[in-house]
Design a protein around this ligand. Structure first.
Ligand code: PGA
Length: 250
């Protein structure tokens, strides 16, 4: 049986974004009401640029797509400029024909975070589950905000962010890691792994070591992305830098 995840190495970050945007466009044409799981972070910015380009060229129609973002900061209202909802509007949704009633987010300011997590799981179920889950990877191996830990949660849950994760999100909160919320809400590992297809994108040398462990290492809660090895339809798209520690071991 083919190894999972399948590894696709492309020349650079732009090529990774183009390849995945092409796949999203093609998948949308085959299934206009596609249920897409979407990440935030620096890595998907080029992907979102490419999707906007596809839309402008008439090659991607988002009008019937349903989207679910992976995670959101706790205590941050949807309209806050640092929220992931604002991020998605800024970089994708304001520039394509996505239907706001079909774009789903966790509400970081919900009065009862636990209830909010349950609502999200229910909405994903009601949509029929996620068809294509796009993922980034933290330098510590997290996917969504499932941080390395002795145990991982299966379902959408409240999570305490690691210092490195807060540092990498500082730009959204005026450059100071201390102002990044200490907690977040995130899809769980089961929510992510139950997507019918998953694509993780990683670019740049800072991701090379965790990518190598994700591909060749054991499955461990200390590297949540390693659970993608259990998925039957997972790909990772890498640029040459992110693939640089793979050597000849694949
Ligand atoms: P990055 O974040 O794309 O900003 O490196 C990835 C992630 O934390 O999932």
């Amino acid at each position: 049986m083919e190894r999972s995840p399948r590894v696709v190495i492309l020349a650079d970050a732009r090529a990774v974004a183009r390849e995945l945007a092409r796949r999203v466009g093609e998948t949308l044409r085959a299934k206009p009401d596609l249920v897409l799981g979407l990440p935030t972070g620096r890595t998907p910015l080029l992907l979102y640029q490419e999707l906007v380009e596809l839309y402008r060229r008439g090659e991607a129609d988002f009008s019937r797509a349903i989207t679910f973002n992976l995670d959101e900061f706790l205590g941050v209202s949807p309209g806050h400029p640092g929220s992931y909802r604002s991020f998605m509007r800024r970089f994708l949704f304001d520039h394509v024909n996505a239907d706001p009633s079909r774009t789903n987010f966790l509400d970081g300011a919900a009065a009862d975070p636990q209830e909010e997590c349950e609502r999200y799981e229910h909405e994903i179920d009601r949509a029929g589950g996620i068809d294509l889950q796009i993922l980034g990877i933290g330098t510590n191996g997290h996917i969504g905000f499932n941080e390395p830990a002795a145990e991982l949660e299966a379902r959408t849950h409240r999570v305490r962010l690691k210092p490195e994760t807060r540092r990498s999100n500082a730009a959204l909160f005026g450059g100071d890691a201390e102002t990044v919320p200490a907690e977040a809400l995130s899809m769980g590992m089961g929510t992510i792994l139950q997507a019918r297809a998953a694509v993780l994108i990683a670019t740049g040398r800072s991701k090379a070591l965790c990518v190598e462990r994700l591909v060749n290492g054991p499955i461990t809660t200390l590297l949540p992305a390693s659970f993608l090895q259990l998925h039957r339809n997972a790909d990772i798209y890498l640029d040459e830098e992110a693939a640089s520690a793979l050597g000849g071991t694949r």
